[in-house]
Structure formats: C-alpha cells, structure tokens
Design a protein around this ligand. Structure first.
Ligand code: ADP
Length: 300
C-alpha cells in the first residue's frame, strides 16, 4: 500500500499558507508527521481524510486519486481528529455501535462482533458500560482509536493523539498504535518528538507548511553527527551564550542549564561533543531553518 502526496498547496481565505507544495511518499507502517503548532499538520490530515479541499496538488492511494474517489477512499480510512468529541452521556459500547452504523456496518450481529473486538483490543471492554463523560484522557483516546478502526480501514490517521496524556497513558497509547500498524499505513501527527522517536520508522518534519525533512529518524540524526556540542552553564549566562552561539536546545537540569549548540567546528570554551538525537534534529530545523550548519552538509 502506498500513499503518494504530490505538491499539495493550501492558502486559507485570510491569506495563511498552511501547505506549501507538500510532497511525500508513505508506505505501510507507522509514519510520524512532526511539527510545531501551526506547521500545517491538521490541514494535511484533514485533506488526507478527504474532509478539506486544497488549491492544487494530488493525493493517490495505490494510484487511486482520493479527491476524485472520496466515497471509495473513506471506506479505507480511519480518522482520529485532534478535537475528537464524544457524547458524554453515552456508554463506550453504545457510541461505538452508533458510529459503526454510521460507517455502514448495517448487520446487527457483525456490528456487535466488531464493537466487542475493538473494545477488547483497546483495553476498554471492562468499562464498556461506563459513560464516556467519565473516561480519562487516555481512555478517550483509546476509544478514539477503537472508532477509527471500525470497518477495518487500511489507512489510519491520528492527529495529535498524545497531547495532554500523562506518561503512563501515553505509553499505553504508544503500545496500542504500534500493535495496530502491521500492514496498515498509520500516520501520526504530533509536536512531541518522543512519539516519533518511540514509534516511527519513517517520518517527515513539517514547518511553516513545508516538508523540511523526510526519511528515517536515523538518517536525520546521522546528518547532524559531530555538529552538536553540549555545555552546562549558569542561568545568568544564558543571554551571553544566546548572543554568541546557535543554541538549539536549553534544558534545566538540577538548577543549571544544559545547552546544545550547532556548530560544524569545535566551539572550544568547554563545549563537549555529544551524539545527536531526534530532538537535536527537530530543533535545528525549527530554530535555524534548513541546512544551516556553517557550511556543513546536514540536509536536515
Ligand atoms: P498544525 O496542525 O500543525 O498546528 P494547522 O494545519 O492547524 O497546523 O494550521 C496551519 C496554519 O493555518 C496556522 O497558521 C493556522 O492558524 C492556519 N489555519 C488553520 N485552519 C485555518 C482556517 N480554517 N482558517 C484560517 N487559517 C487557518
């Protein structure tokens, strides 16, 4: 299965260019779409879910144009939007059964079977009679995955699913996503680097409506090898270092600040070379734009 996105562009009526000639090829497995708020992720997700039109460009699933075959494509698609709402007074089982009817699973017995299977799969069977309004954030998101999986879609789109989850719930949600991927395409949109690091073998970084990187997380990291330098500084020194170095990341650690700077050469002054990770890649792109490594060849 292959999703081929070519030159998608979208400018909203207020002049915001949300997608700027996006091209991506996505194959089976977990694909991470990483970008800060406002990067254009939701616009792209809604477009792929055939809920929004673009100004130009095409999207094909195994050569089928999704804009010309919306009805057919929607049957292959499961979508968990960012603002997924539930009816708080309905039980998980009732609402899943209701959504199954909306999705066209008209046979009552088949519907019951799929609902039971998905409640099991998302670890919600024991709470199936509870009202959705009583569910925790993590339970609601797992319910969101259950509804997205109704009808056994081949493409699953999940938009910012882990924002607001505590670490345990996030972990459980990660496990669920990696279990369902298999032969499906699962597109995970997120601004949380760790979601992509943990789950995705392929990814793209989106910034200001453009694809700044696409490939494997390992590839993106190897591009930065030897160019990330670390130093622990005092809090009152941060401004001075900001003026003199390209700080990629600054983190508090036991009352001190640990900074990572980007430099093709050893900056001296007590900086130590460190092995880059996906956060370094991400913040290099977000803060410095593309290929900005003092003559280095990092095509990140
Ligand atoms: P992300 O999901 O990465 O946060 P979005 O796709 O929601 O990004 O937004 C991309 C840009 O488009 C942002 O600048 C946002 O403010 C703008 N935008 C999103 N939806 C609309 C809309 N319906 N009308 C006008 N601007 C929009």
């Amino acid at each position: 299965m292959e999703l081929e996105i070519k030159n998608l562009s979208k400018t909203y009526n207020n002049g915001t260019k949300a997608l700027d000639a996006i091209s991506l090829n996505i194959t089976s497995g977990m694909f991470g779409l990483l970008g800060p708020n406002g990067a254009g992720k939701s616009t792209l997700m809604r477009t792929l879910a055939t809920l929004q039109k673009v100004d130009s460009g095409s999207v094909k699933v195994d050569k089928i144009d999704i804009f010309k075959n919306e009805f057919e494509i929607r049957k292959m698609l499961g979508y968990l939007p960012q603002d997924f709402g539930v009816f708080p007074e309905m039980s998980a089982e009732e609402m899943l059964d209701y959504i199954a009817s909306l999705k066209g699973i008209s046979n009552r017995r088949m519907r019951k079977e799929s609902v039971k299977y998905l409640l099991d799969r998302t670890n919600l069977f024991n709470v199936r009679k509870n009202k959705l309004g009583t569910f925790s954030g993590g339970m609601k998101q797992r319910f969101g995955i259950a509804q997205a999986l109704l009808g056994d879609p081949k493409i699953i789109i999940v938009d910012e699913p882990t924002a607001g989850l505590d670490p345990e719930e996030r972990n459980r949600f990660h496990n669920l996503l990696s279990e369902i991927s298999g032969d499906k395409i699962v597109i995970l949109s997120t601004h949380i680097v760790d979601d992509v690091r943990v789950l995705c073998s392929k990814m793209a970084i989106l910034h200001r409506g453009k694809v700044c990187f696409s490939g494997s997380p390992q590839e993106s990291i190897s591009d930065l090898q030897g160019k990330i330098w670390e130093k622990e500084i005092n809090r009152n020194e941060i401004e001075e270092y900001n003026n003199n170095y390209k700080i990629i990341i600054s983190r508090m650690l036991a009352g001190k600040i640990v900074i990572h700077v980007l430099s093709a050469k050893n900056p001296g002054n007590g900086f130590k070379s460190v092995t880059p990770d996906l956060e370094d890649v991400y913040f290099t792109i977000i803060k410095n734009g593309k290929d900005n490594t003092e003559g280095g060849s990092a095509d990140v």
